[in-house]
Design a protein around this ligand. Sequence first.
Ligand code: NAP
Length: 348
Amino acid sequence: MAAENGYVVGVVGATGAVGSTILEVLAERDFPAREVVPFASERSEGKKVDFNGSKLECRPLTPESIQGLDIALASAGGKISAEWAPKLVDAGAVVVDNTSYWRMHDDVPLVVAGVNDDAAEGHNGIVANPNCTTMQMMVALKPLHDAAELERLVVSTYQSVSGTGREAIKELKAQSAAILDGKEAEAEVFPHQVAFNVLPQVEQFTEGDDYTTEERKVMKETRKILGLSEDVGISATCVRVPVVTGHSESVNVQTKRDLSPEDARDLLSNTPGIVVLDDPGAGVYPLPIAVEGRDEVLVGRIRRDPSHERCLNLWVVGDNLRKGAATNAVQVAELLHERDLVQVPARA
Ligand SMILES: NC(=O)c1ccc[n+]([C@@H]2O[C@H](COP(=O)([O-])OP(=O)(O)OC[C@H]3O[C@@H](n4cnc5c(N)ncnc54)[C@H](OP(=O)(O)O)[C@@H]3O)[C@@H](O)[C@H]2O)c1
């Protein structure tokens, strides 16, 4: 354990949308790092990334380059984490993984800092960070679940393009410029033009399933994080909108016990990590352009669902690159540090 002098921290996917935000957040929060080592693909070998005012050189992942790390924050995609997370653990690093690959493994805790911190205890070397869409919803739902117990959940999302990574941001900008210039918009990252459009598909449809992989993640991860039984109904519709950063969600929450909008507003206002913006008549409600760069989840439009006496509607907005990914990963690393959990358990 290297806490006395700080940890050697690997950032895997350091040139990407999430990885570059992790580097910013590590510096902002003054994470106890003695050294930060950025990793990217072979294409980026030698490329420099910014960290806390200095330039760090990216390395490719090799059996040699991953030696000596205490902790690795990984966001280079599911295939990379499937292969490299176990190798990083074998080399002695605890991995906080942002990809979807390890999230639903039984022996991998899925942790939203401030929501289910205790789940990190007893990790086997890998701790997973939930999907960005799930993450912000968990922050908003946890206090309501604790107070009145969830019975049913229906969520519709309005997700920004940065959730798909840096190429998707470029695509939205290029399409917008092309269309405003009277030209044809080319779609490569998304299945259709996303600029000036709304796509009722986030990620893929797998054979025989009429829900997308993103919708399945939201439903399964919510259950795992909040420890909900199969009796609690969860339904998700995930939609891509032409917003650069910040996911919005319309969340319909049915609880077992009565919970008034006023009580929900009080509970949410008193929860760290949440800012309630709820004066709709005055135009005060959460907006993605207002959440960009912030770590709090914004909640507003808190109101009774007139079709059910134990049901509320909420509008939940979060920065998918910050609390939805990078900030939570760094908060999990802080949690591991505080609880003396930055160590890979000995193998039997
Ligand atoms: N974007 C979000 O809001 C968000 C939120 C939560 C979780 N995630 C998850 O985080 C992961 C990354 O997302 P992103 O949005 O940051 O994607 P991105 O912008 O496309 O970045 C991908 C990163 O992975 C690196 N990479 C690719 N192949 C690699 C390899 N063989 N070895 C090492 N590094 C490699 C890339 O390096 P090069 O520059 O060398 O190509 C780049 O740094 C995904 O699994 C995603 O599902 C994303």
